[in-house]
Design a protein around this ligand. Structure first.
Ligand code: GLY
Length: 286
């Protein structure tokens, strides 16, 4: 929010008015923050997004979610506000590190499980980032996301599916961000773990095929490495889930799957199952 303050001051100093156009060129933080700054300055300037990372191309820059974190808590301050245009030029991916490419890939895996299993069938064969496939996957991901947000911009229903993996994932991401003795994770690294844990819940509650849960777990362990979560970390990670934006009246709402491409929304779980899912991942990482 301090950075937003700086940007609002700059807009003011440079005489931005309601006819100005803000161009947000960068990764997810930039397009989220730029959209927020533009939408709140003088009650709203127009803006366009030019995403330069895989993550922002396939997710953050599309769909009108703008905002910033509140301390370590993800995306707590913000509003829905659509850009005039999103310009995706995959040549920017030449400037993106392998680790950041893997981060964006996690969101494409999410579309695979929730909307089009062909995406997952392509990705699960990757031994490394395959740029030719990525080009096609970017296009397919944007088509899926656009279709979802055109139906449900404000996340009353269908759009919640796009939070699959994020209830657990955001809590892990925030925990690693604020812990002094842990190295921060990329968004996608945390979401990959979140999807494994939430598929485990799906297998327990809705009989989602356990072999698919296992196949995601072995892909993530091979492709992303393992995230070391200790028993002592669990209480704080569970506490952080209470800040998830999908929660209502203090209840944690999960997005689970009963089969590929079929989401169950607003599922509440008991504390023991929540812990067991985390243990399931932790055993995998030993
Ligand atoms: N990143 C999830 C959404 O835009 O709804």
């Amino acid at each position: 929010i301090e950075t937003c303050n700086h940007l609002w001051n700059k807009l003011s100093e440079r005489g931005a008015d309601r006819k100005s156009l803000m161009i947000n060129l960068g990764g997810g933080v930039i397009t989220d923050m730029g959209g927020f700054v533009a939408s709140t300055f003088k009650r709203g300037l127009k803006f366009i997004n030019i995403p330069t990372t895989l993550l922002s191309m396939v997710d953050a820059s599309v769909g009108g979610k703008t905002g910033v974190d509140l301390g370590p808590l993800k995306n707590q301050i913000g509003l829905f506000s659509n850009p005039e245009m999103v310009l995706v030029d995959i040549d920017f991916l030449n400037t993106v590190s392998e680790r950041e490419m893997r981060s964006g890939l996690a969101e494409i895996i999410k579309y695979g499980f929730t909307f089009d299993e062909n995406l997952w069938n392509t990705i699960k064969r990757f031994t490394e980032i395959d740029m030719q496939e990525i080009n096609k996957l970017v296009y397919k991901s944007v088509v899926i996301k656009n279709k979802v947000v055109l139906q449900d911009l404000h996340e009353n229903n269908l759009r919640k599916s796009l939070n699959f993996g994020h209830t657990i994932g955001h809590a892990i991401e925030s925990y690693f961000l604020e812990s002094e003795d842990k190295k921060s994770l990329t968004h996608g690294e945390a979401i990959a773990v979140g999807m494994i844990v939430e598929l485990y819940y799906s297998s327990q509650v809705f009989e989602f095929p356990m072999e698919l849960t296992e196949s995601l777990k072995s892909f993530v362990n091979r492709f992303y490495g393992t995230v070391h979560i200790e028993k002592d970390d669990l209480a704080e990670i569970t506490k952080l889930m209470k800040f998830d934006k999908k929660n209502v009246s203090g209840k944690i709402n999960f997005v689970l799957l009963d089969q590929m491409e079929s989401c169950k929304l607003d599922v509440q779980l008991d504390a023991e199952l929540i812990q067991n899912g985390l243990f399931y991942y932790m055993q995998a990482s030993q």
